[in-house]
Each structure stands twice: as structure tokens, then as C-alpha cells.
Design a protein around this ligand. Structure first.
Ligand code: DC
Length: 238
């Protein structure tokens, strides 16, 4: 049986998943796994190698031959692809535009799910993505689904990209996000979907601290509830 604790955070692009997940992990002393970074890494590699992102077989081959390493450093998550750092490169608008097409392929997702389960097997972990509560860890201890208005999500992405020196117009970002949401939610395999037992948090009007507080409180309440019920069953058994 699994011993490590898992918090699954899913939601659309720009809903605040990454920042929230990182801080929840920090507050609880968990590690953090950004599954979108893995799909982005494969996409970057495919674009660099001139591999057709429509070709499921070629993408799976590429994934099987590649080594991805993730490392959390303070608030940053760094990624290396076959030994070469790609932390910034996986966030480029080109990768953002192509990644949903790569993530549509069922065989790519099967490989990715195995990889994600392996990466999350060692420690208590906050895992963030689109299908974490539904497919990757349906038995997660706590499932959160973050949402926010399109306007709020685009504004957040714009700020992030501007801070990194990437110039892009708000209307372009909105269009890209809408397109990505549509592909991610309508694909046949593991679409972006709220797990039935997930807690929904609309972050449009919330600060990051408020989002983090809500999740940490939900997790602590759950841990307390479990402790009480195991105490109670202990009493019954004696
Ligand atoms: O969270 P992000 O924007 O970095 O994710 C990039 C893309 O990867 C997203 O458009 C859909 C895909 N993705 C996915 O299909 N399943 C996941 N668990 C994580 C990301």
C-alpha cells in the first residue's frame, strides 16, 4: 500500500496551480511535482528535433529515449532534458502553443503517467496538472480543482511573461489560453476535468496566500479527521 501522502491540484492554464502548489508544498514540507513541465519538456525536444507533433509513435520513441530531471530550488523548479537545462525554454510561447497537441496523444499520456507515478513515489508530494485527481492519482489524499476567469488567467500569464522579458499582447494570450483550454478539456484521453470528490476553489478574487491557506487548512482538517477516526477505531478494538 502507498505510504506517502499526495495532494492533487488540477485546473486550467493560469488558474494559479503552479504558484499555489509550490507554496502548499513548502508549508507542509512536501515535495512538488509539476507534470505540465514534463509535457512541455517533451514538446520542446520534439520542436528542436523537427519531430512531427502529430506523430504519436515518434513522440513516444522520443520520450522513451529521453531523460528528464526536475529539481526544486527555493520557489523555482528547474528542469534538465538529457543533461541540458531547459527551465526557461519550456515556458516559451512556441512551446505553450504546441504542448496541448503533444499531450493529446493517448500513448504519450500512458508513458507520462508511469513517469509521474515513479517521480511521486518517494515522498509526500503536491502534484499539479490536468488529470492528477482523475487519472494519475485517483486515490490522492486531497484533490483540489482551481478555476479562475479567462481575464484573470490571461492577466496573470501576461505579468509572468513580462517579468521574464517576453513581450506578448493580452489578446494573443487570451486566444492561446482559450485554445489550449478547449484542446485540454475536449481530448478523448484524460481530459481536464474535475474529479468528483475534488474541492473547487475559484481563484479569480483570491490572493495566492488565501488560496494556499484554503488548501493547507483542508489538508490539516482531513489529517485531523483521519486521526480521530483511527483513534476511535482503536478504542473500539480494545
Ligand atoms: O500546466 P502547464 O500550462 O505547464 O501545462 C502545459 C500543458 O500540458 C497543458 O496545456 C496541458 C498539458 N498537461 C496535461 O495534459 N496533463 C497534465 N497532467 C499536465 C499538463
Amino acid at each position: 500500500m502507498r505510504k506517502n501522502r499526495i495532494i492533487a491540484i488540477d485546473g486550467p492554464a493560469g488558474s494559479g496551480k503552479s504558484t499555489t502548489a509550490k507554496q502548499v508544498a513548502k508549508r507542509l514540507g512536501f515535495t512538488y511535482l509539476d507534470t505540465g513541465a514534463l509535457y512541455r519538456a517533451l514538446t520542446l525536444l520534439a520542436l528542436k528535433n523537427g519531430i512531427d507533433i502529430e506523430s504519436e509513435g515518434e513522440l513516444v520513441n522520443l520520450l522513451q529515449q529521453s531523460k528528464f530531471q526536475l529539481q526544486s530550488q527555493g520557489d523555482d523548479i528547474r528542469i534538465w532534458i538529457n543533461g541540458e537545462e531547459a527551465t526557461e525554454a519550456i515556458r516559451s510561447p512556441e512551446v505553450s502553443r504546441a504542448v496541448s497537441m503533444v499531450a493529446r496523444h493517448p500513448a504519450v499520456r500512458r508513458e507520462m503517467v508511469q513517469l509521474q507515478r515513479r517521480l511521486a513515489s518517494q515522498a509526500d508530494v503536491v502534484v499539479e496538472g490536468r488529470d492528477i485527481g482523475t487519472v494519475v492519482f485517483p486515490e490522492a489524499d486531497l484533490k483540489i480543482f482551481l478555476t479562475a476567469s479567462l481575464e484573470a488567467r490571461a492577466q496573470r500569464r501576461l505579468k509572468e511573461l513580462h517579468e521574464k522579458g517576453v513581450e506578448i499582447a493580452l489578446h494573443e494570450l487570451k486566444r492561446d489560453i482559450e485554445r489550449r483550454d478547449a484542446i485540454d478539456s475536449q481530448r478523448e484521453t484524460a481530459p481536464l476535468k474535475k474529479a468528483e470528490d475534488a474541492i473547487v476553489i475559484d481563484t479569480t478574487e483570491l490572493t495566492i496566500d488565501e488560496q494556499v491557506d484554503k488548501i493547507v487548512q483542508a489538508f490539516r482538517a482531513l489529517a485531523e479527521q483521519r486521526r480521530k477516526s483511527s483513534d476511535a477505531s482503536g478504542v473500539k478494538n480494545t
